[in-house]
Ligand binder design. Sequence first.
Ligand SMILES: *[C@@H]1O[C@H](CO)[C@@H](O)[C@H](O)[C@H]1NC(C)=O
Ligand SMILES: *[C@@H]1O[C@H](CO)[C@@H](O)[C@H](O)[C@H]1NC(C)=O
Ligand SMILES: *[C@@H]1O[C@H](CO)[C@@H](O)[C@H](O)[C@H]1NC(C)=O
Length: 298
Amino acid sequence: MSAVSLFLFSTLAVLFACVSSINLRIDEQEERECYGTTVGFGYSGTLEFHYQHLRKRYAGCTYIHGNLEVTNLVDPKLNYDLSFLKTIRYVSGYVLIGLITEVERIPLNSLEVIRGNNTYSIMGDDYSLVVVLTSRSEEDSSGVKHITGLKEIHLPQLKELSAGKVLFTGNPSLGYINTVDWEPIVRGRWDAVHFQEHAYNDSVAHNNDTSICDGGTRWGDDRTLCQQVIKSTTCHETCDGRCFGPGSDECCHSSCAVGCDGPEDEQCFVCKDYLYETHCVGFCPARAYPKLQKCVQY
Ligand SMILES: *[C@@H]1O[C@H](CO)[C@@H](O)[C@H](O)[C@H]1NC(C)=O
Ligand SMILES: *[C@@H]1O[C@H](CO)[C@@H](O)[C@H](O)[C@H]1NC(C)=O
Ligand SMILES: *[C@@H]1O[C@H](CO)[C@@H](O)[C@H](O)[C@H]1NC(C)=O
């Protein structure tokens, strides 16, 4: 081999090694499991430490094992950037958003399933989606009070809240909550959505404005924020939520989330818990451990 071709060969080898290690890293980023928290409205250290800690915990995560708690973003001197929430697709516990006054938008654009395996209990009810206390009032130089705070929460992909209820209260600036169709999300659990005092600002938007999204259902005035709904018929009363037709024999299997195209646990659109071989299961069997949403055999 001449010196030149040897040089070329080794350069190519190095290049190839770089490319494959980059690919590996991208693959890892595509699916990443992270652990949530159970502190509720608590936090430790300073507000800045708390925020940096949140960023580190959730950066690049797609699957949250446990609860997603995003709270205490209240320091006007910090420049909050919550774009790290955009990759999350699944939360096995509950989602708690509260005490957030310095952020206008919460970008949970990919979140599809809130499993609600753990719920957050307040006022005698068990919730799996809680959005509370997101504003503060400010006095301007002439003494006039202005309310500022969270304006939008982006959950366009949210298709399933498998267990637990929804609570909104203390969000006087938050818009578009009345332009969401909650029924396909909580499916058949009529009393599951609780709007209490100042749940949202109902003068921001109405769902009779269909210029952006079909039916007007949306989480904000942008095409990417239209509510994604899987069309389905009214289910038979014996179905526990989801079905693929109106008959009593057309219910989805109880391990399915979102929907299905047949009655078996192999026909779910998404598994509520884990995928084992081709079946959705509630827990992994012997000699398999859960990783992401799959049971891995050993
Ligand atoms: C509610 O929305 C309306 C219309 O966008 C706005 O004028 C008003 O200031 C909002 N209220 C609060 C408390 O943010
Ligand atoms: C849409 O509905 C709201 C209240 O439901 C109403 O105030 C508003 O005038 C309606 N807009 C149109 C264009 O019909
Ligand atoms: C649900 O929660 C229980 C108790 O907290 C736990 O033992 C179980 O592994 C959880 N299941 C899933 C699918 O996360």
